[in-house]
Design a protein around this ligand. Structure first.
Ligand code: SAM
Length: 227
């Protein structure tokens, strides 16, 4: 389908996962020149924009209001305004809302352009010491419904597995994965690019021993070797 020539552009812009300096020149250029920045939490995005002296009209777009918000954002695009979509951290669409908006924009023949940059999953993978030639990204495991089935599917997975997890649930998740997948090599990364960045490498049992003594704080990514 041809792009709508009079429409504005929707940019999907990756932003830092902690360290505000992890942002591309192009991302800053786009954020400075678009008409509107659509973001998950306006307070978080204001901190980033303020750091780079960018003042912009912000519109909130998050998982609770996206269905309601998309028609309004599409109208702006159709009127010729350009929009940058960012999330609180990392790449929009990766365990963050974006996909629905991208699909609706494409359906309306609006150009959608990626501005690539940080994502916690790749940052964790590349320092894990676990093969990263082939990997699967599982996002967050379901908390209840479907959790066992998802973990069962991972048992036979030969590629490296990358998961997001909150510090509240990490011990329980590691214990459960240890039981079901066996005592594999893993890397538990937390607070990447931030002051208390840490990577704990070893088997499930090694890592559990460490974090049972010293509880994990901050956001975590878990990298697990394949079967
Ligand atoms: N869109 C983001 C991305 O591209 O990485 C992910 C958003 S998801 C809602 C948030 C999860 O990403 C956290 O719970 C954690 O698992 C992971 N994460 C985000 N920032 C991180 C960081 N600095 N260090 C480790 N994990 C991080």
């Amino acid at each position: 389908m041809e792009n709508n020539q009079s429409a504005g552009t929707l940019y999907i812009v990756a932003t830092p996962i902690g360290n505000l300096e992890d942002i591309s020149f192009r991302a800053l250029k786009v954020l400075s020149t678009v008409d509107i920045v659509a973001c998950e939490d306006t307070r978080t995005t204001k901190i980033l924009l303020h750091h780079y002296s960018i003042e912009k009209k912000l519109i909130s777009y998050h998982s609770y209001n996206e269905v309601r918000r998309i028609p309004e954002l599409l109208q702006h695009l159709q009127r010729g305004l350009s929009i940058a979509l960012v999330s609180d951290a990392g790449t929009p669409g990766i365990s963050d809302p974006a996909m629905l908006f991208v699909r609706e924009a494409l359906d309306a023949s609006i150009p959608v352009i990626p501005i690539p940059g940080p994502s916690a999953l790749l940052a964790a993978l590349i320092v894990s010491g676990i093969p990263c030639k082939q990997f699967v990204f599982e996002g967050f495991l379901p908390k209840k419904k479907g959790r066992n089935r998802r973990i069962d599917m991972l048992k036979e997975e030969r590629r490296t597995i990358v998961l997001y997890e909150s510090p509240k649930r990490i011990v329980r998740t590691l214990q459960e994965l240890r039981r079901k997948l066996g005592n594999r090599k893993i890397a538990l990364t937390r607070e990447l690019t931030k002051k208390y960045e840490e990577v704990i490498r070893g088997t499930f049992e090694d890592v559990l021993r460490i974090i049972e003594r010293k509880p994990v704080r901050g956001e975590c990514v878990l990298v697990i070797e394949g079967s």
